[in-house]
Design a protein around this ligand. Structure first.
Ligand SMILES: Cc1cc2nc3c(=O)[nH]c(=O)nc-3n(C[C@H](O)[C@H](O)[C@H](O)COP(=O)(O)O)c2cc1C
Length: 197
């Protein structure tokens, strides 16, 4: 299969992971994939979101992106997750969505999907690696095929070198970040295509 289906699934409070997801979507499309960019639903109460200017603005900037549904996971050959680090693990919004996919898991629909993940944290050593490993534990329960970047491209020696997945600090992606996310997304497309053949 030269054109696998790739779902880019992300959660972002302040916009960082939104930017990562957009970069991944562009790179996956450029690599020949059919791409769906999907937002994990907000679970925080509206008054909490609207009570912080930065949160409110980021939510408005993402309002045109469709929310992820089970049908997107079912459709995809490959999944690219992006989520902030929260106290050393993924944001509860991401976890809340993951905790709804039991029926997909039960019918084996998550098995053999190629999956990869990225994250962001305030501090470079603030738990990014733990966040990715925690997500990957879940993916192992699914029987998914984890596609880490490792050090498969020179950009991994420029981007901080997290071999589990690209990790960044809050804010817009710089050039190195763009290239690293693109590499990880393209690698996912390549492996998903091989697996779907
Ligand atoms: C409740 C909470 C917990 C957080 N915990 C951590 C943490 O453990 N380590 C860290 O470096 N940053 C932590 N952060 C900062 C977030 O990782 C940061 O806001 C996020 O990466 C920004 O991504 P976004 O712009 O996509 O929302 C935390 C933020 C919040 C709101």
């Amino acid at each position: 299969m030269s054109s696998p289906n790739i779902a880019i699934i992300y959660y972002s409070t302040y916009g960082t992971n939104h930017g990562v997801a957009q970069a991944a979507a562009e790179a996956a499309a450029e690599a020949g994939a059919e791409v769906r960019l999907r937002r994990i639903p907000e679970t925080a109460p509206a008054d909490v979101v609207n009570g912080q200017e930065a949160w409110k603005a980021a939510a408005e900037a993402q309002s045109d992106i469709p929310e992820v549904g089970h049908e997107d996971l079912d459709w995809a050959d490959g999944l690219f997750f992006a989520s902030p680090t929260r106290f050393g693990t993924v944001a509860s919004q991401t976890r809340a969505f993951i905790d709804t996919v039991g029926p997909l898991w039960q019918k084996g629909a998550l098995a053999n999907k190629a999956v990869t993940a990225t994250t962001s944290s305030q501090n470079p050593n603030g738990g990014a690696e733990m966040t990715l490993l925690g997500l990957y534990t879940t993916f192992m329960h699914w029987g998914a095929i984890i596609v880490p970047p490792g050090y498969t491209d020179p950009v991994k020696f420029e981007d901080g070198g997290n071999p589990y997945g690209f990790s960044t600090q809050p804010g817009a992606l710089d050039d190195v970040g763009q290239r690293s996310v693109a590499h990880q997304a393209k690698r996912l497309v390549e492996i998903a295509a091989k697996m779907a053949d």
